[in-house]
Structures are given as structure tokens and as C-alpha cells.
Design a protein around this ligand. Structure first.
Ligand SMILES: C[S@@+](CC[C@H](N)C(=O)[O-])C[C@H]1O[C@@H](n2cnc3c(N)ncnc32)[C@H](O)[C@@H]1O
Length: 244
């Protein structure tokens, strides 16, 4: 299916956080993440990337209410204790109960409210072992993505993105979300998200040149598309030296 990429505004981004339809749509998002199996997909990528020792410093950009990261933490907590996780979003959405659930897994979660570009560009900002983006990169056009990925490479040694796959099957799935009880906002945004999603090696093509990174980009599950960027060993040593 030939689907040119198209980025359009999502309703959830424009509704006030406390709007009833927005709150309902964020709960739908938890179900959509479960249907896409995104926590399982990212957990597998983490295990592959960190076979010996789990990362202790993780950030999620565009983390929403933090529940995607909580599902990921539940999957990895058995092998990953004493983890510090930053949940970055431009909206203040993380409930104190969610922070408490991280704590019961032995993870220290910190919600940060900021624009991703400003936060990534902060001089002297922490360098993380992993930055994760889940259902986030598709919000941005090519120029913004180039800028975001370039900034992210200065703040992490592994970058994992799990995004909507731009495919006929994903489009069909997004159109059937009414059956799963999702509201009008979620149904609209799901279709828009698939059109703004990725296929092939579109994200790798936007990765900044001139640094030593290993890139893998694949379809994952039925509806998802993943990019994993890892600094090679030479750069890892430099990153460890710089870490604060
Ligand atoms: C589709 S939601 C995904 C939330 C979460 N990753 C998940 O899977 O449940 C996208 C999130 O990106 C956030 N967002 C959009 N543009 C942003 C920006 N420029 N800086 C920070 N967050 C942003 C929105 O507020 C929203 O919470």
C-alpha cells in the first residue's frame, strides 16, 4: 500500500488536560498500547540492548501520564532495580499514584514538564543510558525529527523509538478502535497517527551523520515500527566520562 507520510494535528494535543474527552482518550491510549503490545516490544529491545546489566538511568520523552513506562517497568523490574526514570512531557499528566507504583517496583520516577526540544537542548543536561520514545516521534515533521534525533544523540547512548507503522493493516486496526470502546478523540488520533507513522528505514535516514551509531529499524508486532540506535563502544567510553 503506497501511503505518503502525512503529519496532522491530533485532537488530544489540543484539548485541555482536564477535559473529560481528553482524560477518557488517555485511558484509551493505555488500551491501544496494550493492543499494539508496545511495552512488550520495548522490553524486548531493552533486553537485547542490555543483556548483562539493565540500564539504571532512563528517560521517556513524550511520556504522557507515565503509564506506558510503568507497564515497561513492571516487565523489567525483576532484572532492573534501583532505576531512575525521567518522564518528560509538555503537559503535567503524571499522577502521584503512578509515581508511587514505580516506587513499589524499586524505581525512582521523576515527572518533568517541558517542551522536548528545550529539555534535550539544556546545556549540561544528564546523559541517559536509554531514551525511549513511544507513540511520540510521529507528531513531528521531517525537519523537527532531524533536530530532535540530533539533540537526543547528545543525551543518551541508546535510543529506542516505538511508533505507529504506516501500513494498511495498522490503518485498518486504527479504524476499528470503536469496537474496543475508544472515544471520538482516540479514533480520530489513531487514524492520524498511522498516516504520520513510519515504514522502511525512514527514521534511520534522519539520524545525524558523523557519529558512530549502530541503527536498527524494523516493523514490530502487528502495528508498530521500531528504531534502535546504539552508540558503538568508542563513543560509549566518552559518554560514560561525560555522564553526570
Ligand atoms: C500519543 S501521546 C503518548 C504518551 C505515552 N508515550 C504513551 O505511550 O502513553 C504523545 C505525548 O507527547 C506529548 N508531546 C507532544 N509534543 C510534545 C513536545 N513538543 N514536548 C513534549 N511533549 C510533547 C503530548 O503531550 C502527549 O502526552
Amino acid at each position: 500500500m503506497n501511503m505518503p507520510r502525512r503529519v496532522e494535528p491530533e485532537w488530544l494535543d489540543e484539548l485541555p488536560p482536564q477535559d473529560a474527552r481528553a482524560m477518557r482518550s488517555r485511558r484509551d491510549l493505555q488500551r491501544i498500547n496494550a493492543l499494539m503490545a508496545n511495552a512488550a516490544i520495548v522490553a524486548r529491545e531493552l533486553e537485547r540492548g542490555f543483556p548483562d546489566e539493565s540500564p539504571r538511568a532512563i528517560a521517556e520523552i513524550g511520556a504522557g501520564d507515565g503509564t506506558f513506562m510503568l507497564r515497561l517497568a513492571e516487565r523489567t523490574a525483576a532484572r532492573a532495580k534501583d532505576v531512575h526514570v525521567v518522564l518528560l512531557d509538555r503537559q503535567d499528566l503524571v499522577a502521584s499514584e503512578t509515581i508511587g507504583k514505580f516506587a513499589s517496583l524499586g524505581w525512582q520516577a521523576q515527572a518533568v514538564t517541558a517542551d522536548v526540544f528545550e529539555w534535550l537542548a539544556q546545556p549540561g543536561g544528564q546523559v541517559f543510558e536509554v531514551i525511549i520514545a513511544n507513540l511520540f516521534l510521529h507528531h513531528f515533521d521531517v525537519a523537527e525529527l532531524r533536530a530532535l534525533l540530533a539533540l537526543a544523540t547528545g543525551r543518551t547512548r541508546t535510543f529506542i523509538a516505538c511508533e505507529p507503522r504506516r501500513s494498511g493493516l495498522a490503518l485498518l486496526g486504527s479504524r476499528l478502535l470503536g469496537i474496543a470502546g475508544c472515544n471520538d478523540v482516540s479514533r480520530h488520533d489513531a487514524v492520524v497517527s498511522v498516516h504520520a507513522g513510519f515504514s522502511g528505514r525512514e527514521l534511520s535516514a534522519l539520524w545525524p551523520a558523523g557519529r558512530t551509531w549502530a541503527l536498527e529499524e524494523h516493523a514490530r508486532g502487528m502495528f508498530s515500527h521500531c528504531l534502535v540506535g546504539s552508540r558503538t563502544n568508542v563513543d560509549n567510553a566518552a559518554s560514560r566520562d561525560r555522564r553526570t
